[in-house]
Design a protein around this ligand. Sequence first.
Ligand code: ADP
Ligand code: MG
Length: 257
Amino acid sequence: MKFIKITDLKGKYINRVNINNKMAKEKEEYKTFNNVFDQITIRTLERLMSKKIIEGLDRPLFMGKEANVFTAKTKEGKTVAVKIYRISICDFRTMYRYIRTDPRFTGLQQNRIKIINAWAQREYRNLMKAREAGVKVPMPIAFLNNILVMEYIEDDGPARKIKDKSAKDMKKFFEQVITNMKLLYKKAKLVHADLSSFNILNYQDKPVFIDMSQATTIEDPNAMEYLERDIHNMCVFFKKYRIIADPIDIKKKIISH
Ligand SMILES: Nc1ncnc2c1ncn2[C@@H]1O[C@H](COP(=O)(O)OP(=O)(O)O)[C@@H](O)[C@H]1O
Ligand SMILES: [Mg+2]
């Protein structure tokens, strides 16, 4: 029998046996487990394990509103990041609004499970396209239903977000962000659409874009609006470091040859 071996955020050990044990149902750990792992997620994790993509989960990195991120080990002992979209709490109507204008997902039904699975698949595809275009993003490894497995960005522990750890040279970092946005737009033909200081990791003083599930193709009728919002977010964030940039100039730089 396979177990999903994990600990909760406090480092307390939780495993599959607990959910089959009636006694444990009363306990706090059961509640934590149940909140994060519904039956579909457990079955999907088991399939990822039987496909030898991961060997169980290691520890939680992040517990969010829409997704939880864990570390896991591959057969070769490499650490990877596993992003699990929450089936129960997800605001799937907002997700639907964001995905239905993406030409790659036309005809998607407004069905909770289908939307959430499409969301994980979309993030995988976006990461792949971004990667091929030379944008610094985690390498996607696999997706199945609501779960995405990708390269773990670590730098003496998990890489920190730029909002929490500034780079030595923020001006240079900003320029690299713009270069990545341009590569994403011109080569991958995508806009991130949720770019903020929360979704850029500072990896050895260089930006790594994450959280690409909202990224859409430049043919999406809302793409320009999202690009302008991303640029605005970047200009506002970097202004704190006295980096003054004109959003109109930045946009020209990104979309021109
Ligand atoms: N590949 C990764 N490597 C290291 N840390 C990651 C990775 N992916 C996500 N994280 C961590 O998990 C957090 C949440 O991931 P994110 O994709 O932004 O999910 P959400 O949609 O919930 O914001 C990130 O802010 C980051 O700290
Ligand atoms: Mg995020």
